[in-house]
Design a protein around this ligand. Structure first.
Ligand code: ADP
Ligand code: MG
Length: 259
C-alpha cells in the first residue's frame, strides 16, 4: 500500500454556490405521512428559492408543514415528489452515507426541543459536530468553548450538564452546536421561543453575522414577531405550500414574487 497518491477533486468543490446564487431551490415538493385513511399530506407542492447569504424566515400556523419542509431541506427526511436542490445537491441522487457526510459538513440544525445529549456537558454537546467531522477531542472542546462564550456562557456554564441549565441556556447550547462546524446552511425550528428578549437578540445577531459572513444561508422557522426584523425575507406557509414572500417590517412591505 505505497506509492499511490490519491487526489480527490470532488464535484462538490467545483460547483459550490456563491453569494446571491440559489442555495435552496424547490419546485412542487410534496411529502405525505402515513397511508390510506391515515395519510396526511404535509407538503402539497412547495415552491421556494433561498439565496446564498440570505436569512429567510418561515412563518405559518401550526401544522402547515414548516418542520416537515426544513427537515427535507436538511436531508433528515426524504421528499416524495418534486425537485429540490440544496447547495447544488439533490438528496435523492445521493447514497445514504453521502447524505450523512454532506449533512455533517454542511448543515447545522437547531431542533425545536434542542435535542441535547443529557449525559454530556454543554461543551461536549457543542463539540459533537466537530468530533463527527474528525476533529480531535481537545481541539473540538476548545472550539466549542469559544462559540459558547459568544452566546454568553462562562466557564462554569460551559462545564454544566443540560439539566443544570435553564431553557434559554439550553437553547443557546443548541445554537452553538448548529454553528460550531461553520456549516454552509443552518436550519432552525422555532429557535427563540425559550429565550428572553435580550438573549433572543444576541442569538439572532450571531445568526445574522453568520448569514453575512461568507457564502452561508439560514432558514429559520418562527412565530416570534420580535425577530422578524432580522430576516432578509419572510416566507408565509399555509396548508403545505408557500403562499407569499414578504420583506420584513421597516424594509418595504410590498409582496415579492417568489422567484
Ligand atoms: P408545523 O411544523 O408547521 O407545525 P409539521 O411539518 O410538523 O407542521 O406537520 C405538518 C402536518 O403533518 C401536520 O398535520 C402534522 O400533524 C403532520 N405530521 C407531522 N409529522 C408527522 C408524522 N411523523 N407522522 C404523521 N403525521 C405527521
Ligand atoms: Mg413545527
Amino acid at each position: 500500500m505505497s506509492g499511490h497518491v490519491v487526489i480527490f477533486i470532488t464535484v462538490e468543490s467545483l460547483v459550490e454556490p456563491t453569494k446571491n446564487q440559489a442555495a435552496v431551490s424547490c419546485r412542487g415538493v410534496t411529502k405525505t405521512y402515513g397511508q390510506g385513511n391515515a395519510a396526511v399530506q404535509a407538503l402539497r407542492g412547495v415552491d421556494l428559492e433561498v439565496r446564498m447569504g440570505e436569512l429567510l424566515m418561515l412563518v405559518g400556523p401550526s401544522g402547515c408543514g414548516k418542520t416537515t419542509l426544513i427537515s427535507v431541506l436538511a436531508g433528515l427526511l426524504q421528499r416524495d415528489g418534486g425537485d429540490c436542490s440544496v447547495l447544488n445537491h439533490d438528496y435523492k441522487q445521493m447514497l445514504l452515507n453521502e447524505t450523512t457526510r454532506f449533512r455533517g459538513r454542511n448543515i447545522g440544525f437547531v431542533f425545536q426541543t434542542f435535542d441535547l445529549i443529557p449525559a454530556l456537558t454543554a461543551a461536549e454537546n457543542v463539540a459533537t459536530p466537530l468530533l463527527i467531522n474528525g476533529v480531535k477531542r481537545r481541539a473540538a472542546l476548545e472550539q466549542a468553548s469559544v462559540v459558547l462564550k459568544k452566546v454568553g456562557f462562562d466557564d462554569r456554564m460551559i462545564r454544566s450538564l443540560p439539566a443544570d441549565l435553564s431553557g434559554g441556556q439550553q437553547q443557546r447550547v443548541a445554537f452553538a452546536r448548529a454553528m460550531v462546524h461553520d456549516p454552509r446552511m443552518i436550519v432552525c425550528d422555532e429557535p427563540t421561543s425559550a429565550l428572553d428578549s435580550e438573549s433572543g437578540h444576541m442569538v439572532m445577531n450571531l445568526m445574522r453575522q453568520f448569514a453575512l459572513g461568507k457564502d452561508r444561508v439560514l432558514v429559520v422557522v418562527t412565530h416570534d414577531d420580535r425577530i422578524f426584523e432580522f430576516a432578509d425575507r419572510i416566507a408565509r406557509m399555509e396548508d403545505g405550500r408557500i403562499t407569499r414572500i414578504e420583506n420584513p417590517p421597516g424594509r418595504g412591505n410590498e409582496p415579492q414574487k417568489n422567484p
